[in-house]
Design a protein around this ligand. Structure first.
Ligand code: NAD
Ligand code: MG
Length: 395
């Protein structure tokens, strides 16, 4: 039985993971569930899944949860960063689902990598911020990293097995690969008139045509910053660069990404847009298990179409690709600025089109310094957040 810890248990990925796990109770045990503040949701998950530990990052939430859980369940309620790192590294844990949203996921995700765990990586931000350190830590500890993000999971599935076992150090050329084609739906505003974008509301931005996700990643899909972050994520996972990475807009989200080979072959992974498929793939790799996702019916799918991205409509995508070429300093600045901008947009403080303005402001105003350790990354992240908040206050 694989013993699991789920970081971000109350989120969209966390709950989808628990849904797949509950279909295979003999294969997976829950050692710990981890969440931020949502006590009601955590309480319900504890009653349903009976973990040994329930960790709330927020101290007050932990105290509340402790009061509310029946004592006879014997669930230890914990809080505190060091305790979380200890849980992640515990000898009892085999597999860590890293599904905290944003930069907050960095420390526990890196702790899992350093502890040599099997890491199912949904938190793309940890690669965007600390790709180099992440990949080096992975090699040192022997951690196995499996990509949960549907595009990267698709690419992983389309790679030869030898490359699957060499994540972070793949030699795409030697494997005859000419391009990685990262597909994205284009989000809810793909065809909206350009002059309507400034007045789009958070509710409209979160109404993704195909996927049901948390609010941050939903807004990132509307700006296509999500594809930009994924571009950076792909660079690190598959050890590649801009000359081999292409973004393809595919509005139906049936193809989840493709690998183009030198001989003209293109290998694609397809399925319903349901995160339980990549989650199940990572949970059971190299085996295949039932995920609860319906089989794809091609007669119902009908047409698949493809469009080139328009950087005028999606300036965040352009910024991310540029930052990716510049390096880890730029991608850390961009990631932090974007988190602040998206939060401000969700709170109604700035317009949808201001998100890219905030991001561009931080990228041009901050002079990055070289990042040698996690503390440097966290300091630069903090600085970018301050610049972003200042820019927002001035709009
Ligand atoms: P969500 O908003 O639905 O859930 C976020 C989870 O993170 C919650 O459990 C919350 O408690 C926890 N969290 C938030 N702030 C925290 C903090 N400061 N400290 C500790 N925990 C905190 O997000 P989601 O959509 O499930 O996304 C989670 C991650 O997976 C993100 O990195 C996202 O980019 C990635 N991802 C999500 C999807 C998807 O379909 N939802 C697809 C691909 C990748
Ligand atoms: Mg994705």
């Amino acid at each position: 039985m694989q013993q699991m810890i789920i970081l971000g248990a109350t989120g969209s990925i966390g709950k989808n993971t628990l849904n797949v796990i509950s279909q295979h109770p003999d294969e997976y045990g829950i050692f710990a569930l981890v969440a931020h503040t949502n006590v009601n949701e955590m309480r319900a998950l504890c009653l349903a899944h009976k973990p040994q530990y329930a960790h709330m990052v927020d101290e007050h939430a932990a105290a509340l949860l402790k009061q509310q859980l029946p004592h006879d369940l014997n669930i230890q309620v914990t809080t505190g960063e060091d305790t979380l790192k200890g849980l992640v590294a515990s000898a009892e844990v085999d597999t860590v689902m890293a599904a905290i949203v944003g930069a907050a996921g960095l420390i526990p995700t890196i702790a899992a990598v350093k502890a040599g765990k099997r890491v199912l990586l949904a938190n793309k931000e940890s690669l965007v911020m600390s790709g180099q350190l992440f990949i080096e830590a992975m090699q040192q500890s022997g951690a196995i990293v499996l990509p949960v993000d549907s595009e990267h999971n698709a690419i992983y599935q389309c790679l030869p097995e030898a490359l699957q076992h060499n994540i972070g150090y793949c030699d795409l050329d030697a494997a005859g690969i000419s391009h990685i084609l990262l597909t994205g739906s284009g989000g809810p505003f793909l065809n909206a008139p350009l002059d309507s974008l400034a007045s789009m509301t958070p509710a409209q931005a979160c109404l993704h045509p195909n996927w049901s996700m948390g609010p941050k990643i939903s807004v990132d899909s509307a700006t296509m910053m999500n594809k930009g972050l994924e571009y950076i994520e792909a660079k690190w996972l598959f050890n590649t660069s801009s000359d081999k990475l292409k973004v393809v807009i595919h509005p139906q989200s049936v193809i989840h990404s493709m690998v183009q080979y030198r001989d003209g072959s293109v290998v694609a992974q397809m399925g319903h847009p349901d995160m339980r498929t990549p989650i199940a793939h990572c949970l059971s790799y190299p085996k295949r298990i039932v995920s609860g996702v319906e089989p794809l019916d091609f007669f119902k799918v009908g047409q698949l179409s493809f469009v080139e991205p328009d950087f005028n409509r999606f300036p965040c995508l352009g910024l991310a690709i540029e930052a990716c070429d510049q390096g880890q300093e730029a991608t850390t600045i961009l990631n932090a600025a974007n988190e602040i901008a998206v939060q401000a947009f969700l709170e109604g403080k700035i317009r949808f089109t201001d998100i890219s303005r905030v991001n561009e402001h931080c990228l041009t105003k901050i002079t990055p310094y070289s990042l040698n350790q996690l503390d440097d990354i966290l300091a630069l992240d903090k600085q970018s957040r301050c610049y972003a908040l200042e820019a927002i206050a001035s709009y």
